[in-house]
Design a protein. Structure first.
Lengths: 289, 539
């Protein structure tokens, strides 16, 4: 029973991976991730090392992306910065997806809780996400946990709405009623029979959240409420480069480029996944004789 | 049927190819057909026989790139339409030929009034007609199809009409341009028996008035007996038998035709059962009201069940018959406790379940199980048959190994190979899936089975097999059953007693033979009169 289902899943994953956008987006993202993880080995200098004599050097053979206002190597800082930015993105997307899914399942399945939960979600959605994050970080202080929490908090309502809408449709399916009919408790019905139907849209939504979270982290860094300035993140590098942008544009162009490519890659991947996983967009014409 | 013998539709040697890799190379092979004016030709066959493909080919509506005509000719009033271009074909559709679909709700535009939809058809093809003339024509058409108060109805939207009224609007649209040919694809399958009888009568009547021919696609020999001038029986894309309906119904030549006719349920009553004292199920004064709630409180109330009472003896089968909207499915939902009744009692083995909740209700679920109408929707497509069959018993405390063994045994009982356990629902046909659903219900070893229209989504021959399976299992295992159906012939075959429902109330209940042979309530009489093929009451 198990082996055939695993084979089926593998086949499904291969089918999804064969589409152009999934391949392009996936490969680009892979390159960014690998360079960020292997920053110690790829980086040419210590990203924290200050060399006042080499301030604001233009890119050349030694300092590929030039140096910043304190003489630190921009290339190495961008690689190390990717580590933090990607981690924040992944964690915020994961937390948002998991918490949002649980709330969405509960809201969709229990009519009595539905209106209360959804009104709270509407309330959260009404607050601008950056404002909310700035407020949270200023109150609690910047740390990985606070920043991830601050970013994912405003993403939760989006996931909740998505999951709830799927639950509302799927719970009317006869096979769900049949499962209730044999005496399965509601949480088990939700987990076995309803959650799997949410997975395809959820995967897609999570990739978008990943991209949005990386941007949000950069925005927080840029506004000066993100990680402490000594930790290299894409947002911090951009914020520091702002004051010297006219004299040394490379301090902003290169981290900005990495940020743009990563977000683009994730979005392309998300689009590709949506097309492949949504049966309405991918199904071949059915033959009915 | 008239003196004029040049057919309006003449199909010769039509062959439609299927894409490579399917079970047969052609969807329709070497197909001949002619339809004359004022004539109804019925195309009969089960799903997959190619009858709808043949009709789509005539309309020029074959899905592009999937099915294509590879041979033969289709002549509409002398003109070969396989040779004409897309624009010309569009002009022909509606003007010279029109189609009536099975499901009128999906075939009508939900955001346009029915009057405007009919007017649109006329406007597209008769650009020179004045608005007043079109309006007059719309009124005339609505009156032709016997719709009450056409003046108000033309301003209605499709969702405000009943199923029968919608189908009448579809027919009015088809007639709008006085086409030579009307193709009707299962026009009465989605309708209640009484409505079906009215629509068939309407077809006959309109033929006399409008000089058209009708190609009617159906799977129901009852419909054929009612209206056809000529019948073609199709199997695997080929016509296996054709001729006058009387001759074919009386003495079918081809074994497939014979099997199809034999599979049509006829009235056949069961022997009377000896009385038992303790009932398996007691229902008392059951009432269920659906409330349309809004922010400002309850907006509308619909009484789905009103004062419903009956008992069910162990091993007995009680049929529940009635038209759609009569409350049959609401009753099933209440018995299964998918809905909580507003008042009244449901007792199983003497214990009341109407107000049970939570874990207590879940434990009790084992004793009453349901078989649903649509076998395509009642199995989770992501789970294997084995997982579906074992999850209930395991939940109720059976060891997994034993549950698997029980499931394998049940699959054999319902006539399937136990290796089906590892396969997914999409690998099975509709009939096989319904067998799996029956096995799932039996896996719980219930006292009572509620079967909600379990055979109405199946082909007639499969229908007969599934009914037989129900009967065999009931005799062997001895469960009591509430069998919901709209088909009185099916009910007569399988039910000891029958309850006739109308507007949420039981209007008549009694032994099946007694109720059907000597109906007392006017509603029962009208239901029996509407059975296609008439009342052939066999002893």
């Amino acid at each position: 029973m198990r082996s055939s289902s695993i084979q089926g899943r593998l086949g499904e994953m291969l089918r999804v991976a064969r589409s152009g956008p999934v391949l392009v987006g996936g490969l680009l993202l892979l390159v960014v991730i690998v360079t960020a993880i292997g920053a110690e080995h790829v980086a040419t200098f210590d990203p924290m090392q200050i060399k006042p004599r080499l301030r604001l050097r233009a890119p050349d053979g030694t300092y590929w992306f030039g140096t910043d206002a304190l003489g630190r190597d921009v290339f190495s800082r961008v690689l190390y910065g990717g580590k933090v930015s990607l981690l924040v993105g992944a964690l915020a997307a994961a937390v948002g997806a998991v918490v949002g899914t649980v709330i969405g399942l509960v809201a969709g399945a229990f009519r009595t809780l539905d209106s209360v939960v959804m009104r709270i979600m509407d309330g959260v959605m009404a607050i601008p996400s950056v404002l909310l994050a700035v407020a949270m970080v200023s109150l609690i202080g910047p740390s990985m946990t606070t920043i991830v929490a601050a970013i994912s908090f405003s993403e939760i309502p989006r996931v909740t709405r998505l999951v709830r809408s799927v639950v509302l449709t799927v719970r009317e399916e006869t096979y769900v009623q049949a499962a209730e009919g044999v005496g399965l408790p509601k949480p088990l019905v939700l987990y076995r029979h309803i959650l799997p139907s949410c997975m395809a849209p959820l995967v897609v939504q999570t990739t978008y959240m990943f991209a949005a979270a990386i941007l949000a982290e950069a925005v927080l860094g840029f506004l000066g409420v993100g990680f402490p300035p000594d930790i290299p993140t894409w947002g911090n590098i951009l914020a520091e480069g702002r004051s010297v942008f006219q004299r040394a544009p490379w301090t902003i162009i290169f981290p900005g480029l990495f940020l743009a490519v990563t977000v683009l890659a994730v979005n392309i991947l998300g689009d590709g996944l949506r097309d492949r996983l949504d049966p309405k967009l991918s199904r071949v014409a059915k033959v009915s004789a | 049927m008239t003196g004029e013998r040049t057919p309006i539709l003449d199909v010769r040697g039509l062959t439609v190819a299927l894409p490579a890799g399917l079970d047969r190379p052609y969807a329709v092979e070497n197909f001949d057909l002619s339809v004359h004016r004022k004539e109804i030709v019925c195309l009969v066959g089960e799903s997959g026989s190619g009858k709808s493909v043949a009709a789509s080919a005539v309309m020029g509506l074959l899905p592009k790139g999937v099915l294509r005509i590879v041979g033969g000719s289709i002549r509409l009033a002398g003109q070969d339409i396989t040779a004409v271009g897309e624009n010309q074909l569009c002009a022909l559709r509606g003007d010279r030929m029109a189609m009536v679909f099975q499901e009128p709700l999906t075939a009508l535009n939900p955001v346009m009034t029915v009057g405007n939809q009919i007017a649109e058809v006329i406007l597209l093809h008769r650009r020179d007609m004045s608005r007043a003339a079109i309006d007059a024509r719309v009124m005339e058409l609505l009156a032709d199809v016997h719709l009450p108060s056409p003046e108000t109805l033309k301003r209605a939207y499709p969702h405000q009409l009943s199923g029968g009224q919608r189908q009448r609007v579809m027919i009015a649209m088809a007639l709008a341009l006085e086409p030579a040919l009307i193709i009707a694809d299962e026009p009465t399958t989605a309708l209640d028996v009484t409505t079906q009888a009215q629509i068939l009568k309407l077809f006959r009547e309109l033929l006399e008035k409008h000089d058209s021919g009708v190609l009617l696609i159906t799977h129901d020999f009852g419909v054929v007996a009612e209206v056809a001038n000529q019948v073609l029986v199709m199997q695997h894309g080929r016509v296996v038998e054709q001729g006058a309906p009387k001759a074919i119904l009386k003495a079918p030549q081809h074994p497939y035709t014979r099997a199809l006719i034999d599979a049509v349920p006829t009235f056949r009553f069961r022997e009377e059962r000896s009385a038992v004292d303790a009932p398996a199920l007691e229902v008392e004064n059951l009432r269920l009201v659906y409330r349309n709630r809004s922010f400002f409180g309850v907006r509308r109330e619909t009484v789905a069940l009103d004062d419903v009472s009956f008992t069910l003896a162990p091993g007995e089968t009680l049929g529940v018959v009635g038209e759609s909207g009569s409350g049959k499915t609401s009753l099933a939902k209440c018995l299964m406790r998918f809905e909580t009744p507003d008042s009244g009692q449901i007792r199983i083995g003497g214990r009341s379940i109407a107000d049970m909740h939570g874990a207590e209700l879940r434990r009790f679920r084992r004793r009453i199980q349901m078989v649903f109408q649509d076998p395509y929707k009642s199995l989770n497509p992501r789970r294997t048959i084995g997982q579906s069959l074992t999850e209930g018993p395991v939940q109720h405390g059976l060891v997994r190994d034993k549950a698997v063994a029980r499931a394998a045994g049940l699959l054999e009982t319902v006539g399937l190979n136990p290796n089906a356990m590892e396969r997914y629902p999409h690998e099975f046909s509709g009939g096989q899936r319904q067998r799996i659903c029956i096995a799932r219900a039996l896996a719980m070893e219930p006292d009572i089975i509620v079967a909600d229209e379990p055979v109405s989504a199946l082909d007639v021959s499969v229908q007969a097999q599934v009914l037989e399976l129900f009967e065999t299992l009931r005799r062997r295992i001895g469960f009591a059953m509430v069998f919901i159906t709209h088909d009185l012939r099916v009910a007569s075959n399988i039910c000891d007693r029958v309850a006739v429902m109308q507007k949420g109330r039981v209007v008549e209940i009694g032994r099946t033979e007694q109720v059907f042979r000597a109906p007392k309530d006017p509603y029962t009489i009208s239901l029996l009169a509407a059975v296609p093929g008439g009342l052939e009451l066999a002893a």
